[in-house]
Ligand binder design. Structure first.
Ligand SMILES: [Zn+2]
Ligand SMILES: [Zn+2]
Length: 151
């Protein structure tokens, strides 16, 4: 007899996070498992959203999941089906390491450069969004104020 995971008394919550887009889901009951929460893991240990698989692979693994009526399915996808292993997608951390190597600068050096342009995080957010430093707010010139001569 097959036992649905959900009926295991000591089941506890588990969480999953995509290594590519950082989508994070918590399976409160611990009953659903990785696949039913929308994730797959590859044999090299990458956890990713099912949605990042190619259409063909997504159908392949979804079919296996649908055939599993007991919610026991924890798909371990082949590395040749994994978009991270195949370098169809790249993790942010790998991308950052690569870009740092390319620039020949350290993280601290880059941060110092950024801080010359952006004094705070909200200014930096504008730079990231617009790709350029926001226009400075025009300073009020001292001669805009009328000095009232009280004498
Ligand atoms: Zn994802
Ligand atoms: Zn992988």
């Amino acid at each position: 007899m097959k036992i649905r995971k959900g009926f295991v008394s000591n089941s506890s919550s588990s969480s999953f996070q995509c290594e590519y887009c950082h989508t994070y889901e918590v399976d409160e009951s611990g009953d659903y498992g990785m696949f039913n929460m929308g994730f797959v893991e590859c044999k090299n240990g990458h956890t990713i959203c099912i949605s990042h698989l190619s259409d063909e692979n997504r159908r392949k693994y979804e079919q296996i999941g649908e055939d599993d009526e007991d919610f026991q399915y924890e798909p371990l996808i082949e590395s040749h089906d994994c978009p991270l292993c195949q370098m169809e997608l790249i993790k942010d951390s790998d991308l950052i390491s690569y870009l740092l190597n390319e620039t020949g600068k350290t993280k601290v050096e880059i941060l110092k450069e950024i801080r010359k342009k952006a004094v705070d995080l909200s200014t930096f957010a504008v730079i990231l969004k617009d790709g350029k430093v926001p226009e400075p707010i025009e300073e009020t010139k001292p001669n805009d104020f009328r000095v009232i001569d009280l004498d």
